[in-house]
Design a protein around this ligand. Sequence first.
Ligand code: FAD
Length: 512
Amino acid sequence: LAQSARLYTEEDPVVILSSDSLKQTVLNSSSAWLLQFYSSWCGHCIQYSPTWKALAGDVKDWAQAIQIGVVDCAHEKNFDICKEFGIHFYPTFRVWADRELQTVRQLMVNFLQNHTKHDWPVGCPPLDPARSEKILSLMGKKTEFYTAVIVEDEDSYIGREVILDLMPYEGLAVKRALSSDKLLMEKLGISSVPSAYLFYPNSMHTVMNVQKRLRFFFSSFLKLLPGVHRKQSTSSLQHPQPGNNGQGTQVEWKEFEKSKVYMADLESGLHYLLRVELATHKTLEGEELKTFKDFVTVVAKLFPGHQSVVKLLETLLEWLVSLPLEKIPYDAILDLVNNKMRISGLYLSEQVQWVGCQGSSVALRGYPCSLWTLFHVLTVQAANRPDALANTGFEDDLLAVLQTMRRYIGTFFGCQECGKHFEEMAQESLNQVKSVDDAVLWLWRKHNQVNARLTGSMSEDPMFPKTQWPTPDLCPTCHEEQEGLHVWNEQMVLAFLRQHYGASNISPKYSS
Ligand code: FAD
C-alpha cells in the first residue's frame, strides 16, 4: 500500500490537486478541466493510472484549452473536497475506464465544443469548421504565417485534435473544413479525406504531403515547418541564459541535413569534454579517475572517428593504464592531449564547430547535444561491432557504454540536475537491458523521456523544438497508431537508430 500511496507524481503530465488547491486552480482557470477523483487503495484506480498518464501525455499540448487533474480521495486532507464533489465510487469516471483513449480524447473535444460563446475557455481556439470563402480567399495571398486546413468528414476528430496540438505554437493557424463542402474540395483539388492543405506565407499553396494520414503525422509535419516555433514564455525571452555550450561568439549558420550525424559535432564535443569540462578538475583520483579511464576506454575502442583522433584516444588510454599513480593532475592529461601527442601527428581539433548541434543562439544546444549524439553513436557501435571491446575488461558487459555514460554524467557533466535525473532513470530501469540492442533502445527511450520533460522549458531552442524523436519525416515506419494512440514500432526504431547513428551515416562535412 505504501508503494501505491502515490499513483501520480510531479513527473507525470497530470496536475495533482488537493483540497488546498482544487477550487482555486479549477475555478479561476481560463481552461476547462478533466478531473479524476481516485483513491490510492482502489485496485481499479491503480490499474487505470498508466492509461490516465498516457492520455495526459497525449494531450499535454492542449493545456491552454483543457487540462487533466487528479485528486486522491484516500488522502485525509482531501476527504472534505471529495465529499463536496459527491464522490462515492472510485474512479469517478468509471464509465470511461474501459474505453479506448481515443474515445476519451474525443469526449474531451465534445466537452470543449459544448461550451457556449459565453463560457468558452479563453485559451481555446475555435473548433468549428471554417467557412470556404475564408479559406479560398487565402489563395495567392501573402501572409505573415502559414494556414493549414484539415479537410475531413464531419464525424472525424483529426482536424480538431491537430488544432489543439498546435495551440502552443506560433507561426501558423490550423483550421478544419468539411468534405461536404464540395466547392472547397474541388478548388483545393482534394479527392480523399482526411487531407491537409497548406497555405505558405509566400502565397504558395499545396496539399500537404504526409506519409500516413494520422493525427500525429499531420501535427508533427506542421510543428517542424521552418518558421513555426513553440511560443516562448515571456520569462525566457526576458532572461536569455548565459552561454554554456563552449561556443564563444555567434558564428555563421551552417547548412546541414537532419538525417545525418556530423563528425564535427562529435569532435567538438570531445574537445569540450577533455579541454573544458574535465579541466575544471585539478586532479583525478579514486572513483573519478576510474570513471575517466573507463570513459576513455569505451570511446577509444568504439569511436568511429578519424584515425588521428582514435589514435590520440588510444595513446591517452595506454598512458592512463600504464601510469601507476593513484592520483593524476589534470594538467598532465591536458599537456598530453594538447602538446605531446601533436608531435606525433595525433590531433583533436580545438575549434568548436557545432553543425547538427548548432543553436539559434550561443546559449542553446551545442555541448549537451553532442554528448547525447556521442553516446547514441557508442551504443550503436557496441551493437554493430560486438568484438570491439575485447581485452578491455568490458568484453562481456552489455551495459559497458550505458554504465560508463551514467558514471560520466553523474561525476563530470556540468549540469548537476541533469545528472540527478539521469541517475534516477538508470536506477529505475537499466537492469531491464538484456542485450546490446536493448541498450540502444534504452538510451533512445530515456532521451525521449528527457525531451518530453523539457518541452517548453528554457533550454528548448525555439528553432529545434523538443519532440519525440525520430519524427515521422525521418522514420515513417517507426510510427503507428493503435486505438487512436500513437505507438512506436520499436523494431523499426532499432533499425533506424542503427542506421542513423551507424558509422556510414556520419558526415565529415565541416570537420577538420
Ligand atoms: P538534444 O536533446 O541534445 O538531442 C540532440 C540530438 O539527438 C537531436 O537533435 C536529435 O537529432 C537527436 N535525438 C533527439 N531525441 C533523441 C532520442 N530519443 N534518441 C536518439 N536521438 C535523439 N537539460 C535539462 O534542462 N534538464 C535535464 O534534466 C537534462 N538532462 C540531460 C541528461 C543528459 C544525459 C544529457 C546529455 C543532457 C541533458 N539535458 C538536460 C540537456 C538536454 O537534454 C539537451 O541536450 C539540451 O537542451 C540541447 O537540446 P537539443 O535541442 O540540442 O537536443
